[in-house]
Design a protein around this ligand. Structure first.
Ligand code: HEM
Length: 476
């Protein structure tokens, strides 16, 4: 039995059918985006359809129902349109042609377009704030320290042990709150993997306060604003990490295997060939934990929620997990049905839309002119719900990915971690952890169901079930 999604998905279904027709009509124009920014001719092109609209009203509508809002716009205007996003004129780009056009021009607009409060709190070291060489070297630093095969080899036994401990506790209690508990669990796990330094309750509280500050709308550093509290939390958390890194270095303990990711990060170089300072290492580690924890908690709790009403999916997952060991990275890669479940979860319940870039010059995408100063975002949700790509797109049906893996979808139609130069470098790690977790989960529990009335979603900034969402589990 497949779980059937709600109204938003149905809206997107209708919208997608229309956009398929529109896409056909426009195909002659699209090829012209191929070599990035275009001079002269671009001035002649029309702006994308739609109006940026009223900042306040648009924000309210979007926050209430992001998928529904996007679906209505797609239905009215097609896969490339204007909207007002957090007070900024924004062009949303969807569909294979639009997204390919976006990646072609993106090299000219590497700069992220983040709201000012977010950008300030994300710090001078945050990759999302960086462009050009500084961005490139920063990504290399993160990937080489904690998001590469060498790191994963060391992480895997730790991941498996933490999954097992967590699920022992769920088993003994017979129920748990996936979103709430997996957020805490993910913070603890990522802190251990990335830094080797355990985050105590206080550090966790500081991280959550920092996270709330990022989305604070009042850009004043005052004690009673989320933004102000976020700043203080960041400074305190980074200060603690910095002091601990200094102590580890002085005592020589940093040479222990559990600090290997941290050690590699300390060898990272900036765009001038200088080693990262301790302050940068402490800040970047904190940002890594922050960038990873909600996304992982969202993916896992969404998968648990969707599987709760899909007994065939649970049975197939169990059959695969019990037949194949999950001891090494290559074992995990072979768990293709679990991969299909995770991809299908990301398709029907994507944690967010795409990243945001600033058009620093007039650019062309899909035959439209996007003027300098506009924000541009390639949005995965539009093709996720296109019935031409995914039959009955509103259904939760992992078999579709088991039959046709996500990698074989047409270019520009599948990018759950965003796309382009700022595309997510953490997806492979999220997959390793999620597969190890699900493999253990389905081998312990034959079924699970939400406690009555506990379901509720938080849509912004990351879609995740509410903290009160509770699941009762049935042991095998
Ligand atoms: C299912 C899990 C995840 C999802 C859906 C996800 C999604 C995203 C998205 C949409 C972006 C923005 C891309 C853009 O601007 O185009 C992003 C960026 C990023 N993510 Fe993830 N993410 C996930 C897990 C992780 C994990 C585990 C890490 C580990 C540290 C991570 C680290 C990052 C970083 C560092 C960036 C910024 C990259 C840059 O600016 O160059 N993510 N992610």
């Amino acid at each position: 039995m497949f779980a059937v999604l709600g109204r938003n998905a149905r809206l997107l279904l209708g919208a997608s059918a229309i956009l398929s027709v529109r896409r056909g009509r426009r195909s002659g124009r699209v090829g012209r985006a191929a070599d990035g920014a275009v001079e002269g001719a671009v001035v002649e092109l029309p702006l994308p359809p739609g109006k940026p609209g009223n900042a306040f009203l648009d924000l309210l509508k979007y926050v209430k129902d992001p998928d529904g809002y996007i679906a209505e716009r797609v239905e009215a205007y097609g896969p490339v349109f204007q909207m007002n996003y957090f007070g900024r004129k924004t062009v949303i780009v969807g569909g294979a042609d639009g997204v390919t056009g976006f990646t072609n021009v993106e090299k000219n607009i590497t700069k992220s377009a983040l709201p000012d409060t977010f950008s300030q709190l994300h710090t001078e070291y945050g990759t999302m704030n960086l462009a050009g060489e500084a961005h490139k070297t920063s990504r290399v630093g993160l990937i080489n320290s904690a998001l590469c095969e060498e790191a994963f080899e060391f992480f895997l036994p730790v991941i498996k042990a933490r999954c097992s401990e967590f699920l022992d506790s769920v088993e003994s209690r017979g129920k748990f709150r996936p979103a709430q508990e997996l957020k805490d669990w993910s913070v603890t796990l990522f802190a251990e993997l990335f830094t080797g330094i355990p985050f105590d309750r206080d550090m966790m509280r500081l991280l959550y306060s920092y996270n709330e500050g990022l989305y604070g709308l009042i850009p004043l550093k005052l004690p009673f604003t989320a933004f102000g509290r976020g700043f203080r939390a960041k400074d305190e958390l980074v200060g603690r990490l910095r002091r601990q890194i200094e102590e580890l270095t002085q005592s020589g303990q940093i040479e222990e295997p559990k600090y290997s990711a941290l050690r590699r990060m300390m060898k990272s170089e900036d765009e001038n060939g200088e080693n990262w300072s301790v302050d940068r290492v402490a800040t970047a580690s904190m940002l890594m934990v922050w960038g990873a924890y909600v996304e992982l908690a969202s993916l896992l709790s969404n998968a648990i929620c969707l599987m709760s009403s899909a007994s065939e999916v649970r049975d197939k997952a169990y059959a695969e997990a019990s037949a194949k060991p999950a001891g090494t990275q290559s074992d995990l890669k072979k768990l293709s049905y679990l991969q299909a479940i995770l991809d299908e979860t990301l398709r029907v319940k994507p944690p967010s839309g795409g990243g945001f870039r600033l058009a620093e010059e007039d650019i062309e995408i899909a035959g439209y002119r996007i003027p300098k100063g506009f924000v541009v975002s390639a949005d995965p949700r539009i093709t996720n719900m296109d019935p031409a790509l995914h039959a009955m797109p509103e259904s939760f049906n992992p078999d579709r990915f088991a039959e046709r893996p996500a990698q074989s979808l047409p270019k520009g139609t599948w990018f759950p971690g965003g796309i382009g130069l700022h595309g997510c470098p953490g997806i492979p790690l999220a997959m390793i952890i999620s597969k190890a977790f699900l493999a253990d989960f389905v081998q312990r529990f034959s079924s699970w169901r939400p406690a009555r009335g506990s379901e509720g979603w938080v849509n912004i900034p990351i879609r995740i079930l509410g903290d009160k969402y509770e699941v009762e589990v049935e042991k095998r």
